[in-house]
Ligand binder design. Sequence first.
Ligand SMILES: C[S@@+](CC[C@H](N)C(=O)[O-])C[C@H]1O[C@@H](n2cnc3c(N)ncnc32)[C@H](O)[C@@H]1O
Length: 205
Amino acid sequence: MSSEKPAHQRPETPDFWEHRIHSGVTPWDAGSAPQALREFVLNHKTVADHTPHVLIPGCGSAWDAAFLDSQGWKVIALDFSTAAVETARITLGKGWRGTLLCADFFTFSPEQRFDMLYERAFLCALPRSLWPDYATHVAKLLRPGGLLAGSFFLSDEPKGPPFGILPQQLEELLTPDFIRRESRAVADSLPVFAGREHWQVWERR
Ligand SMILES: C[S@@+](CC[C@H](N)C(=O)[O-])C[C@H]1O[C@@H](n2cnc3c(N)ncnc32)[C@H](O)[C@@H]1O
């Protein structure tokens, strides 16, 4: 007899997230784009010489995708949970010009590389055993000089999700392919992340 937990208790499966979304238990859902992303886009306007092409893995309700699209960015948002994608479709509405996909991040293999990958509550949604694959796949999807930017859940909390990562661990995970360009505490976190969320920008070598 298998001792493996049922799928809805394993965060590496869509069932885990479906179960929470259908039960209305979504403490990660901010309902709007965070201040740090808004500031980043504002500053980026002065340096970007073309429309940035961004990927949002594990987009959930897609508030951040809607914001980036409204700023004229070219967005691909994906999530492997059909319930999340249905919610995202409602958030994005008819005016959305980007692409919304129901897909697994780890097997997503587009033809073109991205200028940016936006991170929020995705790495911390993944069991720690998947973190090396996350780092490898993010590096593969970004062009040299491309950015991994967003909020990271820096915590030593062993149980999850959210699965906390220590600053040193994040450094070890990303420095083979990235250089950290920014790091600061986030002020408008939801209670589940409060005091442990940091906005960081990592540049692909
Ligand atoms: C904690 S939620 C965060 C949602 C969103 N990023 C936000 O900030 O509101 C994590 C999301 O990642 C999705 N997810 C987890 N593993 C995934 C994978 N391998 N591929 C695509 N989506 C995944 C889940 O379905 C869930 O919607």
